[in-house]
Structure formats: structure tokens, C-alpha cells
Design a protein around this ligand. Structure first.
Ligand code: FEO
Length: 401
């Protein structure tokens, strides 16, 4: 059965939720599933905006058919060619043989790379600022390269002042009936997952996101319609402020993320003792994670949120424990910067993990090292508590600065 909602006059949401998918992009855990948004405008001309993941194509076509009510589909606007949004294009073309596809040069390059159907005579290639008149709705196309793929673009409906924003302003998490951000307690229900989605999926492309935010600031936008998660029609400033922090790599909050790797509990113990010392010194936001237990995407998300990071790991094969190396390399690849970092190393016969971690951490721009690394020999001893306390003093002072 169809499941749709009219979100503005003649504008309909025709997306859906997937609670079965375990890993987004086969990498990122989805404890509460994921939603895919797709839209259709039914005016003198009809236009669908993006399709959907293959898992939801049946639902998508039921929704589309219902909203079209037997009408012909004139256009499919392809804002993003990642297959979680374009997997149903081939079937849509079969069902609507006269449909015109609207995209930019790269969009059509990617369609040809992913699919084999005949594009002849059905492409309308658009550039920045080009328009499409549906009757009452006048659409303008805004290029958004690398937010999150090079072909990504957004579509602005000047009539209803809606920005169809592709991956921007999206989140992990299925819908629970409500599809508007103001219909749920977004901060409780989705904010952490919105941050985890942004930082891990789009985090690398902060400058490109900043460029799009700048363009968006020049037009009157009353609604953000993303490709994942709730639609924003109230309090748009809240999510814009988050995007401004995340894309400029500015911490949202003062606080400390302690990410540790530990084979037999000794590096964990030193991390817990440090966390305890920080709490005693009045540091309020402390998050402690075992890199072998918590998926890196959650640690990355908090690393974007908080000001200070502590990395603690044993030496392994003359390097740092590989789970820790993976985490650090992931942060570098995601372009995280402007963080204050500290280290706890460990090694029973040739400790080098602190130096190895520091080397990778310094690849992040504007990394400030706080305190003197504490290097354990197998386990934390009474005699080293003063070194750890000195590290805690330095971190606490840095957090409060
Ligand atoms: Fe949900 Fe970059 O696609």
C-alpha cells in the first residue's frame, strides 16, 4: 500500500524506511535503520526528485503511482547518483518511457557508468542557476560538488521556497511515522545520528559544504528536504548552526573523548584512571571508548563534537595497535582538524605506540598536543600516577581555557 505525505501544495514525500539494513554503505552500523527521502511535484508538468535504494523500490513505485494518479511523469531530477537514491532509475525509465532525466554533465556520466539503459533523447543537462518551469513551481538548480559526490546538486523550488538538499541535512535513523523534524524531539531522537551521518559520510568535504551554505544564505529557504531523515520546516537555524560547526571543524562543546585500545585491560585501566582524574578536576563532558568494541563511526562523531581527544594504545608489531591506527587514519582522511590531543602509550619491551599515534595525529591540521605522553611498561604503577595526574591537569586546563 502507498505511504505518502503532501509536504507543501503539490509537493509530496514518497520515500520510506529500511530497518533491515545492518550497515550503511556496508560500513556504518544502523541500530535504528535508515530512511530514504524522495519527492514528486505534481504541477502542470510532473517532476520526481530522485528515486530510492533497491530495497525500497516497490514502495517507491506504489507511492509514485498513487501521487501521479495516472498522470504521465515528465521529469526525473537526479540530484544525487549514489545508488541509495538512484537504484530505481532504470525501472522508472521502463515504466515512464517518455520521462526526461534532469542532471548535470557528471550525473549523466555516472548514469552511464552504473547502468546500461538507453539515455538517448532523454537527458536535460543543467548547470548552476539553470531553471525548469513546471507551471506554478519554478525550479532552479544549484551545483553542490562533493556534498557528497562530485555530481551532487540541489534543487530550489522558488514557489514554495524549498531546497531539495540531497545528502545535506540528512541523518541515519528510520522514520517513526513523523517525517518533519518539528514533529519529533530531534535533539533527543536524531541529533547524534545526524552528526554521525554527517561526520562519517560528508565530513571530509567541509570546504565544499561551507561553499553551499554560503550560496544557501543568499536565498529565502523555508524548508530543507534532504535525502535521508526528517524534513526541516521550522528552526532551520539549529541545523544550519550544526553544519557550520561540523564543516569548519569547530568543536560544538568543550569535552574529552578518550579512545583506548587494550589487549589485557592495562591500557584500559590507565584510561579509566585518567577519566576519573579529569572528572575530579571538573571536566564534565568525558566519553570513554574501546576502539575494539565501539564502531569507529561513533568515536569519529564525538571527535567532531568535542574539543579534546586522548588516544591510548599498546604497541603492536612495532607500531600502534591496529584498531587505533585505523581510527587515527580514518580521522585524517575525514579531514578532522583543530583538536587538542594527548597520548598514553604502552609496551612491555619496546614501547613506540605513543610516537606512532602522535605521528598520525599530527597529519590533522592545527593539532595541538596537550601534556606529556604517559608511556606505560605493561601496566600503570603507583610511581606513574603523578605523571598521569600531570597529564590530567594539562588536559583539564586546556578544556577550561
Ligand atoms: Fe545517501 Fe551520498 O547518498
Amino acid at each position: 500500500m502507498y505511504c505518502t505525505r503532501e509536504i507543501a501544495p503539490q509537493v509530496h514525500w514518497i520515500g520510506g524506511s529500511d530497518r533491515r539494513l545492518a550497515l550503511f554503505e556496508n560500513m556504518f552500523p544502523l541500530p535504528d535503520g535508515v530512511s530514504y527521502d524522495a519527492y514528486v511535484i505534481v504541477d502542470e508538468k510532473t517532476a520526481a526528485l530522485d528515486t530510492i535504494d533497491s530495497a525500497l523500490s516497490n514502495q517507491y513505485f506504489e507511492n509514485l503511482d498513487h501521487v501521479l494518479g495516472g498522470r504521465h511523469l515528465d521529469y526525473l531530477i537526479v540530484n544525487h547518483m549514489e545508488p541509495d537514491h538512484c537504484a530505481a532509475i532504470g525501472e522508472l525509465v521502463l515504466r515512464h518511457p517518455d520521462v526526461k532525466l534532469v542532471g548535470n554533465k557528471k550525473t549523466f556520466q555516472f548514469i552511464r557508468q552504473f547502468y546500461d539503459f538507453d539515455l538517448a533523447d532523454r537527458c536535460i543537462e543543467v548547470k548552476e542557476g539553470d531553471t525548469l518551469d513546471l507551471g506554478r513551481h519554478k525550479l532552479t538548480f544549484v551545483m553542490a560538488p562533493m556534498v557528497h559526490w562530485p555530481e551532487a546538486m540541489m534543487t530550489y523550488d522558488a514557489t514554495e521556497k524549498i531546497l531539495f538538499s540531497a545528502d545535506a541535512f540528512g541523518t541515519f535513523g528510520a522514520f517513526h511515522g513523523s517525517i518533519f523534524a518539528d514533529e519529533v524531539d530531534f535533539e533527543t531522537r536524531y541529533a547524534d545520528e545526524a552528526r554521525r551521518y554527517y561526520t562519517n559520510i560528508v565530513g571530509k568535504y567541509g570546504p565544499q559544504v561551507q561553499a553551499v551554505l554560503k550560496k544557501a544564505g543568499t536565498v529565502d529557504i523555508q524548508m530543507f528536504c534532504p535525502l535521508h531523515g526528517p524534513i526541516w520546516r521550522k528552526n532551520l537555524g539549529w541545523i544550519l548552526d550544526k553544519y557550520s560547526h561540523w564543516s569548519s571543524y569547530t568543536p560544538e562543546d568543550k569535552g574529552v573523548v578518550i579512545a583506548y585500545a587494550s589487549m589485557y585491560g592495562n591500557t584500559q585501566n590507565a584510561s579509566e584512571v585518567l577519566a576519573n582524574m579529569l572528572a575530579e578536576r571538573g571536566v564534565q563532558n568525558i566519553r570513554v571508548y574501546d576502539v575494539s568494541k565501539t564502531h569507529a563511526s561513533y568515536i569519529i562523531s564525538d571527535a567532531f563534537r568535542f574539543s579534546n581527544l586522548v588516544f591510548a594504545a599498546p604497541t603492536y608489531n612495532n607500531g600502534a595497535y591496529f584498531g587505533m591506527e585505523n581510527l587515527l587514519h580514518d580521522m585524517v582522511r575525514l579531514n578532522l582538524q583543530n583538536r587538542k590531543v594527548s597520548f598514553i602509550g604502552n609496551g612491555s619491551w619496546a614501547p613506540v605506540s605513543d610516537k606512532c599515534m602522535e605521528k598520525v595525529a599530527l597529519e590533522m591540521k592545527n593539532t595541538e598536543i596537550v601534556g606529556t605522553p604517559v608511556v606505560l611498561r605493561s601496566s600503570l604503577k603507583e610511581a606513574q600516577l603523578s605523571d598521569l595526574a600531570a597529564l590530567a591537569d594539562a588536559i583539564a586546563a586546556s578544556v577550561k581555557a
